[in-house]
Design a protein. Structure first.
Length: 275
């Protein structure tokens, strides 16, 4: 398991205006685990507390962008353009999310061509770092929504991240994927990014009525110990409804259990950074 390195980049108060953002990759090569939902709502909960947040959509499906109501299919410039040569100014790509203090670097299907174009580039694993490093002083947190595969794009996210949060569905098949992801993280840590840390695992789609869900959570706790966040995200129809509305649950249904759970997760992430 990756070593804890929480002291590396202490979190500033909400009123802070200088320093470098913590870059956090939300990864899981299994789809449908609540990764995009977690990126949107964790980001919104952090922004709600006054922190400056940037969300990066690194999935060609553009689910993060769509979940924030951005008509991503109609965009003429996206994060894809920033990864290539002759990149435009990042300010021409940045989009206001509709949530105060939270911006977005959107993507769409164009990003699917990035892997082919990057494969022959020198330093291809650090293309995203070159995009984000110049704007780290603008934000407190940069959250990267990775595609559901261990691709070159995902390696780019891991190579520039300070830490990784793994959203994991409460089902046994997810355990095998978790082992593959942590193995990839360790390889990236050894070869590309020695400072990479596993911040934690957040269990999603949890149904306390199901023995299966409780058993999976117990097993993850046995393997990963205090790397498992105490906050558990419940299964609820409000998440897809909020996505259709193009809003985080924290603004669409601010008093719902799901919104409160993501606020609790945001507090855990902040507390972790202060340790």
């Amino acid at each position: 398991m990756l070593a804890n390195d929480a002291e590396r980049g202490g979190t500033r108060d909400a009123s802070a205006s200088q320093g470098a953002a913590q870059v956090v990759a939300l990864c899981n090569q299994k789809g449908g685990v609540g990764k995009t939902t977690s990126t949107i709502n964790l980001g919104a909960a952090l922004a709600e507390s006054g922190l400056r947040v940037l969300l990066v959509d690194l999935d060609p499906q553009g689910a993060l962008s769509a979940g924030l109501g951005v008509p991503h299919h109609d965009l003429t410039v996206t994060v894809y353009d920033l990864l290539g040569r002759n990149a435009p100014s990042i300010d021409t790509v940045l989009v206001k999310s509709g949530v105060e203090n939270m911006d977005l670097l959107p993507s769409n299907i164009d990003l699917s061509a990035a892997e082919i174009q990057l494969v022959n580039e020198v330093g291809r694993e650090h293309a995203l770092r070159r995009v984000l490093d110049p704007i780290r002083d603008r934000y407190d947190y940069i959250l990267i929504d990775c595609q559901p595969s261990l691709s070159l794009l995902t390696v780019n996210a891991l190579a520039c991240a300070d830490g990784v949060i793994i959203p994991m569905e409460c089902e046994f098949f997810a355990l095998r994927g978790l082992a593959l992801l942590t193995d990839t993280m360790e390889k990236v840590q050894e070869r590309l990014n020695p400072g990479l840390d596993l911040y934690g695992i957040v269990m999603t789609m949890f149904d306390p009525r199901l023995l299966h869900s409780r058993q999976v959570m117990t097993r993850v706790a046995e393997i990963f110990g205090d790397k498992l966040y105490k906050t558990v995200i419940s299964r609820t129809v409000r998440f897809p409804d909020a996505s259709i509305a193009g809003e985080p649950l924290t603004t669409w249904a601010p008093k719902s259990r799901g919104a409160e759970e993501y606020r609790a997760l945001a507090r855990e992430v902040l507390d972790q950074s202060r340790r």
